[in-house]
Design a protein around this ligand. Structure first.
Ligand SMILES: [Zn+2]
Length: 275
């Protein structure tokens, strides 16, 4: 068993959102044990839990009473990957800054701030029955298992990406080196279409890996950076379960829509389960 952690001091970051192109200022503050991750925006208190998801179009957005915070997933992933269980996140703006498109800038700032161990055990629930969510050729499954393992696969009909598969032990992973640096990606045709829809307004070659028909916009940080970014997103969206779940996870072509539906199903499955 391990104890819950919070940040030793607050961390502040500013920047533009990848979808809105709008500037925001985010302050991540220490919180008491048992708080979980809670966003504060527009006078609302929005817990980072699956029932507060209001949109999954290209990013995960949380909201309440007309106030929304977009693109929470990389910040949530960085918190989970660094071992931060409790935090108050104040957002001045409507979208979490994309920074370099990865979770690494957040992780580096959290490590500079340091972690503070708290007097309460971390909630880690053993899954007692399988849970799955499927949609077309995509799916996420969780099966009871003593360790938190993740097998993930993506497939894109593109010569530079194709099929990528990897597995990670989420309890032993070196998140900072193996996952956090993987950047948001987009295929060039898709990026053009998004701009036409008024999306990806803050996207640039500085904060996303753009995949052209025969080359990347910048050298990839990993041969399978696309898959690793999907794992980064998955880890972030799983914060919305509200507890760590001991299970073998299999994610086939995961998306924010699938991840958050799965987080809700998992959250319902573990209600009443003891740690
Ligand atoms: Zn992402």
């Amino acid at each position: 068993m391990s104890r819950q952690c919070t940040l030793a001091e607050e961390v502040c970051m500013e920047g533009v959102g990848v979808h809105t192109g709008k500037h925001a200022r985010v302050t991540v503050k220490p919180a008491d044990a048992g708080t979980g991750i809670v966003f504060h925006a527009g006078g609302q208190r929005i817990p980072a839990l699956a029932e507060y998801v209001v949109s999954t179009d290209r990013c995960t957005a949380l909201g309440m009473d007309g106030v929304r915070v977009m693109t929470v997933e990389h910040l949530l992933s960085a918190l989970a990957g660094t071992g931060v269980d409790n935090a108050h996140i104040e957002v001045e703006g409507e979208e979490i800054p994309v920074l370099d498109g990865s979770a690494l800038p957040w992780v580096e700032r959290f490590q500079q701030a340091g972690l503070c161990e708290q007097a309460v055990e971390r909630r880690c629930v053993a899954l007692t029955r399988p849970v799955s969510v499927m949609a077309g050729d995509r799916g996420i499954w969780a099966m009871p298992h003593p360790e938190r393992l993740l097998i993930s696969t993506v497939h894109y009909d593109h010569p530079l990406v194709g099929t990528q598969v990897a597995w990670f032990n989420l309890d032993k992973i070196n998140y900072q080196e193996e996952i956090a640096p993987a950047r948001t990606f987009g295929f060039w045709e898709e990026v053009e279409a998004l701009l036409a829809r008024g999306k990806a307004l803050g996207g640039s070659l500085d904060n996303a890996l753009v995949i052209f028909p025969d080359h990347y916009s910048v050298p990839p940080r990993f041969p399978d950076e696309v898959l690793r970014h999907k794992v980064l997103d998955f880890i972030g969206d799983m914060v919305l379960v509200g507890a760590q779940v001991r299970a073998l996870f299999v994610a086939v072509k995961p998306s924010h829509t699938l991840n958050t539906a799965f987080a809700l199903a998992l959250r319902q499955a573990i209600q009443g389960e003891s740690t």
